[in-house]
Design a protein around this ligand. Structure first.
Ligand SMILES: [Zn+2]
Length: 204
């Protein structure tokens, strides 16, 4: 089953993926990670990506799609979860050409809850682990021992900007997938346990 996970930062996608990792077998497709992996192989494509990124240029959609396609061909697990892709209508249509999406899970989060979560968020510099000042009172990462800090764009202004971009670019995808009848909305204003329970019901 091919699943797309949609939701703004702070909606709990990262936490959900961590919880899912403990209980089921799946392949996570995160384009950021795939691009980093491709760069690390030193391939011609990897060199091209590195070149763009060091110059602050967005990697072209064709390149992202070919990296995803390559990954899909090597996947042996039955469940694939796309996290952070597609983000735009153009990306959605390009993804359609290389794979069929069966279910789209939309973690719907209100702006107030997003702001509260993000300004209290602590992120690990080394492994990307995310926790909250509300429940974790230290700057040592419990996952890898690295340093936990507030990201520089985790501010109210940063959240407002992300919401504006999200509403303009990603919400239209929610509607496109809804029209196809494959969208499942989960109320992300609740605990990760509740979100996980709903997620498992949807993919059953
Ligand atoms: Zn860490």
């Amino acid at each position: 089953m091919n699943i797309v996970l949609l939701g703004i930062q702070g909606s709990g996608k990262g936490s959900l993926v961590i919880e899912l990792n403990r209980i089921m077998d799946f392949t996570l497709i995160s384009t950021g990670q795939l691009l980093r992996n491709e760069v690390a192989t030193g391939s011609k494509l990897g060199k091209h990506i590195y070149e763009l990124q060091t110059n602050g240029i967005l990697v072209e959609l064709d390149t992202v799609i070919s990296v995803i396609d390559k990954k899909l061909r090597s996947v042996t697990r039955d469940t694939i979860i796309f996290d952070g892709f597609p983000r735009t209508k153009e990306q959605l249509l390009a993804l359609d050409k290389i794979c069929t999406i069966d279910k789209v899970i939309y973690l719907n989060l209100s702006k107030n809850v997003a702001i509260d979560r993000i300004i209290n968020r602590l992120t690990c510099d080394s492994c990307g682990y995310i926790t909250s000042k509300r429940r974790y009172n230290s700057n040592v990462c419990p996952n890898c021992g690295g340093h936990l800090a507030t990201r520089s764009d985790d501010t109210i202004e940063g959240v407002n900007t992300r919401f504006a971009v999200y509403e303009k670019e990603t919400l239209p995808l929610v509607e496109m997938y809804r029209e196809r009848g494959i969208l499942h909305e989960i109320d992300a204003n609740r605990s990760i346990t509740d979100v996980l329970t709903d997620f498992l019901k949807v993919i059953k």
